[in-house]
Design a protein around this ligand. Structure first.
Ligand code: GAP
Length: 470
């Protein structure tokens, strides 16, 4: 069920024909070791999650693809990894101390649940109610308290004395680590606007209404770029990044009809933004934000210059021209992105009278690329399969599995999205060939062991199109 805090719009008719539900994703993630409830043996900690083996591999592939697209394949973006803990003045300058809050209302009736007042009002208006209608608790119909501003930053103390002077915050976005390093990067990288700084890291928000599995949590990973541009070029670069980020999701397999751009209305814009568009994905609970792409103007550099006393501007040494660059910010979530890739990949089909659950992940995102399976656990097959596996794993993430019937082992690999199954059988011992099973088409072909790694590397690098596109 969507939580009240999630900005979701109603499901379109395509969603109704999808085999996937959030319950199925949660259950698959637990069963196959992608994601677990955090601190489960103590009853769990609400809306925090731990990533298991395949979840770690999937999320790190998502992050690696992001790095590849935004740094490796461009000339104009450099990397940064700033500390989570920052000088407390950062959050005064950024406006987070003052403005990073949500209007919270609490049910005064039976259920006592807390809600985001702004979301309740938007829902009411979406259902054609008057904008000033009295709001009631959506869960039990109870009266609601007056709204109270609730700051979303987690607070802690640095050092042994816990007083006002030791108060610091867990960063609620990675972006500020980039702005405070603008001058360092400008000096070392010999870049001039337009150029960007990219960073991946944990952020923390004391969300009022987290929910929908890893969609909205209190601890999450962001993949953010702050792209600094001459002020007059900002609108064009905003367009560029909208297209570029949309292309990235489609190239990695998300179905285009499950993605859309949504421009923020003036009342929805963050305090720093003059224009923002969200890339939305059709999650099981409806269209929801996957990534925000904002035009932040010169807000951040100007604010940090004011609060720190440092000049944060670009000076052209040839012309002497100086200006504060404007910033375009594509800001994505690694957890939310991984969830979208899982949801989009999830499929069910009947094969020879049995149901098969398969993750049709883009091969570049699949946690394991090939599984080597002896047909039977005797007659020298496990030994040969082990040898094939050890050769393969030097070139690509591979697995060796001898446990259970071959059908069961294929099903396990299908459920984690392994693109290729390599089966060693009695013929393999005679002619040094194996069968290669394709996860999506289920075709099987005989290939020599010699050159198998090269062939798999070649196939994995080829263009891929989701079979769900028909
Ligand atoms: N620096 C801008 C910024 O942080 P945002 O729209 O608040 O913008 C950007 O966050 C992205 O970070 C979102 O599109 C989403 O993917 C991810 N994100 C934000 N809050 C999240 C949460 N509570 N849980 C998981 N991901 C979150």
């Amino acid at each position: 069920m969507p939580e009240a805090g999630d900005r979701v719009s109603s499901m379109s008719s395509e969603a109704l024909h999808e085999p996937v539900t959030m319950e199925k994703i949660v259950s698959l993630c637990k069963r196959r070791g992608f994601v677990f409830q955090s601190s489960e043996i103590y009853g769990g900690l609400a809306s925090t999650y731990d990533y298991g083996h395949y979840g770690v591999l999937l999320k790190s592939n998502v992050k690696a693809e992001w790095w590849r697209a935004v740094v490796q394949e461009r000339d104009d973006v450099v990397a940064l990894d700033a500390a989570i803990l920052m000088h407390p003045r950062t959050w005064e300058a950024s406006g987070h101390l003052e403005g990073f809050s949500d209007p919270l209302v609490q049910c005064l009736g039976k259920c006592k649940r807390r809600w985001r007042e702004d979301h309740l009002r938007e829902d009411a208006v979406a259902h054609e109610g008057p904008p000033d209608a009295e709001l009631r608790c959506p869960a039990c119909g109870g009266e609601l308290s007056p709204p109270r501003q609730f700051n979303l930053m987690f607070e802690t103390h640095m050092g042994p004395v816990q007083d006002e002077g030791s108060r610091i915050f867990l960063r609620p976005e990675t972006a500020q680590g980039i702005f405070v390093n603008f001058k360092n990067v400008l000096q070392f990288s010999r870049k001039r606007p337009p150029f960007g700084i990219a960073q991946v890291g944990k952020s923390f928000r004391n969300e009022i209404t987290p929910g929908n599995f890893v969609f909205r949590t209190r601890e999450f990973e962001q993949m953010e770029i702050e792209f600094f541009v001459p002020p007059t070029e900002a609108p064009d670069w905003h367009e560029h990044w909208l297209e570029e980020r949309m292309r990235w999701y489609v190239e990695l397999g998300l179905r285009p009809d499950h993605l859309k751009l949504r421009e923020h209305g003036p009342e929805e814009l963050s305090h720093y933004s003059s224009a923002t568009s969200d890339i939305e994905y059709l999650f099981p609970m409806g269209w929801s934000e996957l990534e925000g792409i904002a035009n932040r103007g010169d807000f951040d550099l100007t604010q940090h210059a004011r609060f720190s006393g440092e000049k944060l501007e670009y000076v052209d040494s040839a012309t002497g021209e100086r200006y504060v660059p404007h910033v375009i910010e594509p800001s994505a979530g690694a957890d939310r992105g991984s969830l979208a890739f899982l949801v989009d990949a999830y499929d069910e089909e009947e094969v020879e009278g049995r149901e098969r659950v398969v993750l049709r992940l883009h091969p570049r995102l699949a946690p394991v690329k090939a599984a080597v399976l002896p047909l039977v656990n005797k007659d020298g097959q496990p030994e040969l399969a082990r040898r094939v596996y050890e050769e393969l794993r030097r070139r690509l993430p591979a697995e060796f599995d001898t446990g259970g019937s071959i059908g069961k082992r294929y099903r396990r690999q299908d459920e984690i999205g392994t693109p290729y199954g390599v089966t060693v059988d009695h013929q393999s011992l005679e002619d040094e060939t194996v069968t290669l099973r394709d996860r999506d088409s289920l075709t099987q072909e005989r290939l020599p062991i010699a050159g198998l790694a090269d062939e798999l590397v070649r196939r994995l690098a080829a263009d891929w199109r989701s079979p769900k596109l028909g």
